[in-house]
Design a protein around this ligand. Sequence first.
Ligand SMILES: [Zn+2]
Length: 223
Amino acid sequence: MIVYGWNAKNIKQAPLENYECPNCQQKQSVIAIFVKYVHIFWIPVFPYKKTTVIVCTNCKHETEENNIELGTKGAIQQLKAAVPIPKYLFSGLALILLAIAFFTYQGIQNGEKEKAYLNDPKTGDIYFLKNEKEAGPYKYYLMKVRKVEGDSLWVSYSSFSYNGMITKLDPKDGFYDMMYSLHKDGLQEISKSGELQKVMREYSASDGFDQEVEFHESDSTAN
Ligand SMILES: [Zn+2]
């Protein structure tokens, strides 16, 4: 659940000279300027409005901005404009922009890395593929480069298909011990087809991506 809403922060309080309280006719009022801001989880995201209230220190009578008499209003508007909005009221916005910048940067970095992997495949590279033509939910499968011989690659496929991107293999899953040959250019075609989701080069053996599964003729009926 995301908690959000608005709060008000008092950014200025000053005595207001010669202002007669409409309630008790004393001249002991203060002017308070508030800034209203939107918060998410109590972190100020952005301020959106300054408001002013006049408070009589004698009788506590409050005069809202809209009810302040015209003569006083001009001076108040000037004061209001002069009071700066504290920068920290933008902290949430800054955090959001930073996060966007970070993920955009990371996305670009990953994209560049994967392009480099595609252009120069190495033994052990794993391709995450998605077959949109597959009718069921198990559209995702993996292809692993087992050997590189000049412009030819020897690849093998994962023994299972998955219903999403996986981060590790179950102990029983793995790559078939049966290999197919693929020209390097085939990788570019796979990439262009939109089937390629991700290329992985550095991974930990404990995630199971080195597991091998014996290929049985009966398994091929799945294709
Ligand atoms: Zn008063």
